[in-house]
Design a protein around this ligand. Structure first.
Ligand code: FE2
Length: 411
């Protein structure tokens, strides 16, 4: 199968792509069709490797307004709404919602998702549902599951045991939430447990780290130090790190050294961080996104997530990763021309590093033929005009397609 006339990532020249047996066989300009070969003319559109959602809570998605709306919009009322919803959770109910959300994601070119799943539930209902779904949807979506202790490892009854159970059941990564533990001592000890269990079961780590406007919340330095000392390095991710927005600069200069040494990844969730952050402020109100620009400048890997899709913590959202990129560029003062052009990496190549996908990810000869085609010539236009993903291919098979939007202005 031959795909003609595609601009791959930021390439200046259009390329053709030959796919054989589900793999990229040849990528070059002006490839001639072989006798009988199927040809798809892509008309000079942008091709990217599959879009990646590197931080979302699928177990809570599509529950906004049920049983009631979060009227204040705060994190804490969100938790209260979720508690009121929990009695309605069954394995099938979770699977039905998540199935819907995954298809919304697929329609936007997503083929890899890292989801956090609340394990502070003695029955681990949502974890069971997600583990089953991970297998059921694997032909069109890779789901990576983080065992996420929403209320803490040490500050919730049997939190450590539940984390270990979830890892034994098959979760891909261990989570922690140091800023939510009762004490600073619990915070550090919870991270020690997280690392110990991840190493015991050979899992990745993704910590909800310092998701609070408290500048004294310093779980990050412990996560980075453990990532460095254990050698787990890029198997470790710190999500949110919104307190870093509020740290004093002298501390950040000192902190940056161990962050670089650690080799770990960061995930910012621009829409939800801006929405939930700064809530204890009068004016000025902090925007509460971690220091994406500075981390990126230091060569540290940062990707973007949606975090919440139409749930008690975010009443909006459709899973389209254009939204966090758009918000992230504004909130992070990153609207320089090159920053805009390169911003697709927050939800593609950088996110692939976060998910630890390795060399198997990317549009290159020998890899699985996984790619998406946007209805624009370049990412700048794709982002600016919020264009559709025309095609999403996986192993050379069409996973999703969208007809281009067409509007006529009659004046
Ligand atoms: Fe989160």
């Amino acid at each position: 199968m031959l795909f003609k006339n595609l601009y791959i990532e930021n390439a200046a020249e259009a390329m053709d792509i030959r796919v054989t047996d589900g793999k990229f066989e040849k990528i070059a300009a002006n490839l001639e069709a072989l006798p009988g070969e199927e040809v798809v003319d892509c008309g000079g559109k942008l091709a990217l490797p599959p879009v990646i959602e590197s931080h979302v809570h699928l177990d809570t998605c599509l529950t906004a307004g049920r049983p009631r709306w979060n009227m204040s919009g705060t994190l804490f009322e969100g938790i209260q709404c979720w508690e009121e919803y929990k009695p309605f959770l069954t394995k099938q109910e979770v699977k039905d919602r998540v199935n819907k959300a995954i298809r919304m994601q697929a329609s936007n070119g997503i083929q890899h998702v890292r989801t956090h799943v609340d394990i502070n539930d003695p029955k681990l209902t949502a974890m069971e549902a997600l583990l089953e779904l991970r297998d059921e949807v694997k032909d069109f979506m890779d789901i990576q599951i983080v065992a996420f202790p929403q209320y803490g490892i040490l500050s919730y009854p049997k939190g450590k045991e539940l984390l270990e159970d979830a890892l034994k059941m098959g979760a891909d990564a261990a989570g922690a939430i140091p800023h939510f533990e009762f004490t600073r001592e619990y915070s550090v000890e919870s991270l020690n447990i997280c690392f110990e269990l991840a190493q015991k079961y050979n899992k990745l780590i993704d910590v909800h780290c310092d998701e609070i406007d408290d500048e004294a919340s310093r779980g990050l330095e412990t996560v980075a130090t453990r990532a460095y000392e254990t050698g787990m390095r890029d198997m470790v991710t710190a999500s949110h790190t919104t307190a870093m927005h509020s740290y004093n600069n002298a501390y950040v200069i000192r902190l940056m050294r161990i962050l670089k040494m650690s080799g770990m990844n960061f995930v910012a969730n621009p829409c939800v961080n801006v929405h939930l952050g700064g809530r204890a402020d009068t004016y000025p109100k902090r925007r509460s996104m971690t220091r994406v620009k500075e981390l990126t400048a230091e060569g540290i890997n940062v990707s973007f997530g949606y975090d919440d899709i139409f749930d008690p913590w975010n009443p909006l959202g459709n899973g389209n990763m254009r939204d966090p990129v758009f918000m992230g560029l504004y909130a992070g003062h990153m609207l320089g021309y090159d920053e805009i052009c390169n911003s697709y990496k927050f939800v593609t190549t950088n996110a692939a590093r976060t998910l630890h996908l390795g060399d198997a990810y990317g549009i290159k000869e020998g890899n699985a033929a996984n790619f998406v085609v946007f209805d624009a010539k370049n990412w700048y236009d794709a982002l600016n005009y919020d264009v559709s993903v025309l095609y999403s291919y996986r192993n050379g098979k069409l996973v999703a397609e969208t007809k281009p939007k067409e509007t006529t202005v009659h004046y």
